[in-house]
Write a protein that binds this ligand. Structure first.
Ligand SMILES: Cc1ncc(COP(=O)(O)O)c(C=O)c1O
Length: 479
């Protein structure tokens, strides 16, 4: 049953009628394309249609899209699943907008993606940030502990729910059942950004948050499944405390009224792909990962493990050079050797492996070996320790509506400790804001910023020497 592909099959059946397009989109089933792009776009354009008879409507699904979404929900053990064509970004926004009311205080894992922070601002919420544990060797954030959740709920008894991010970008996750149970005992929902865990439904990978009882989970299918970029799922959990009608309403506000059929069909195909993977296939995928990890170690790199209490995703490999290079320098050498990692940070480089057995492993190994030889031959740099920037429990200094009315000034970031940031500073990837708009800037944030900048991080917003902060006096000129 789960092998079926109702949406993809409806598109193929439409195509087989050799339809004349007197409708949008303007490429007319791929007949009108720029010459330079024809060979790339021709085939995919044949599927890039619109809400025609028998092809359903994402915003009021009752035909093949509904069937595809229902199969996905059943496969993932969800009450209801919605296809997202704007990535997990759209799902996070819709989930947050629909779960809370303006002015609600909400606990939020601080190492969240910027889309979560944007959702909080759009919904006019009052975030109570919870600091995650930190991976000692890797220097990156992991997940929350029950103690932190309890501490914050006691300090802020008015909170209306919790937003978690799991697994982290590096594929490390912990069992959240006790945190979810603690929240549910208080009738408070848990929303999960599980962008990196769309394959966790499979046996042999860490457990999914839905199986732990989360009320809703958002997954970027495009990150680890064979789905097109921007394809994602929003699952509503069984016995969810959330209002399904509000979620549907939020989704139709956030998502395009012309959703991409190639993206939606790739979500349908991805679920079918997962369903067809046998346990023997998963074993081979895991062996492929183990074998590559061994090879990487033989080349002189250090491969990070998940710390105690956390589980690692076999599709992710986080490595460090033994020769004290920054992650960014290593990334650049891998790229010069034809291998493009998912991301680098000050200390690490992250590889994301395919959810399938590859015929290219020899090419991977050759590139890794070439890069290791080059890295080995270069001079050493001073070791870098990445300071942890997130306190266990913190909140914004102003509400989002207060921030909109306040004047801002620019100050040198190195002189900004104690000021309230008027901008969000985001090293990208991973897109986890280092300084959030409305947060008081601390010495450790400045230290972390300097380490990131010195080692070559890219920033969205900020990144120069100056930062926008809220003016302390009235009447200061806005810059
Ligand atoms: C944890 C997390 N959540 C959400 C997103 C946004 O996902 P998308 O790119 O599918 O919109 C990302 C993107 O990297 C992410 O890492």
């Amino acid at each position: 049953m789960f092998e079926k592909t109702p949406l993809f099959s409806a598109l193929i059946s439409h195509r087989s009628r050799k339809p004349i397009s007197m409708h949008v989109p303007g490429h007319k089933n791929g007949l009108l394309l720029h010459e330079a792009g024809i060979s790339y776009y021709k085939k995919i354009s044949e599927l890039d249609v619109t809400e025609l008879t028998n092809l359903d409507d994402l915003h009021d699904a009752e035909g093949c899209i509904k069937e595809a979404q229902d199969l996905t929900a059943q496969f993932y053990g969800a009450e209801e699943t919605h296809f997202l064509i704007g990535g997990s970004t759209a799902g996070n926004l819709a989930m947050i907008l629909s779960a809370f009311d303006p002015g609600d205080a909400v606990m939020v894992q601080r190492n969240c993606h910027k889309s979560v922070l944007n959702g909080l601002e759009l919904a006019g919420l009052v975030p109570i940030f919870l600091g995650p544990e930190i991976h000692q060797e890797g220097g990156f954030p992991l997940g929350l502990t029950l103690e932190t959740v309890k501490m914050a709920s006691e300090q802020y008894p008015e909170v209306k729910g919790l937003i978690v991010t799991t697994p982290n970008y590096y594929g490390m996750s912990a069992d959240l059942s006790s945190i979810i149970q603690y929240m549910h005992e208080r009738s408070l929902p848990v929303l999960a950004d599980e962008a990196h865990g769309a394959h966790y439904v499979l046996e042999g990978f860490p457990d999914s948050v839905l199986s732990m009882g989360a009320d809703a989970a958002v997954q970027s299918a495009h990150k680890t499944l064979p789905a097109m970029t921007m394809g994602a799922y929003l699952h509503i959990g069984k016995q969810s405390l959330l209002n399904k009608n509000r979620i549907r309403h939020a989704l139709q506000m956030i998502q395009s009224s012309s959703p991409s059929y190639p993206i939606m069909a790739s979500l349908d195909l991805s679920r079918s792909y997962l369903a067809q993977l046998k346990s023997s296939d998963i074993e081979l995928i895991k062996e492929q990962s183990l074998e590559l990890k061994d090879f990487i170690k033989q080349c002189g790199f250090h491969v990070l493990d998940a710390p105690s209490g956390y589980e690692a995703d076999s599709l992710k490999i986080t490595l460090q050079a033994q020769w004290e290079y920054t992650g960014y320098e290593m990334q650049s050498i891998f790229e010069q050797n034809g291998l493009y990692p998912e991301l680098a940070d000050s200390l690490n480089v992250l590889f994301v492996l395919p959810l399938g057995v590859s015929h290219e492993t020899m090419r991977w190994k050759e590139a890794i070996l070439r890069a290791s030889k080059e890295l080995n031959s270069k001079r050493k740099l001073a070791a870098i320790k990445f300071p942890s920037a997130f306190p266990p429990v913190s909140s914004l200094s102003y509400s989002y509506s207060e921030m909109r009315r306040k004047l801002t000034v620019k100050v040198k970031i190195n002189d900004s400790a104690g000021r309230i940031s008027a901008e969000t500073v985001i090293p990208y990837p991973p897109g986890v804001p280092l300084i959030a708009k409305g947060e008081q800037i601390t010495e450790s944030m400045i230290k972390a910023f300097n380490v990131l900048q010195k080692t070559g991080a890219r920033f969205q917003g900020g990144g120069g020497e100056m930062i926008s902060v809220f003016a302390e006096e009235e009447g200061v000129e806005q810059q």
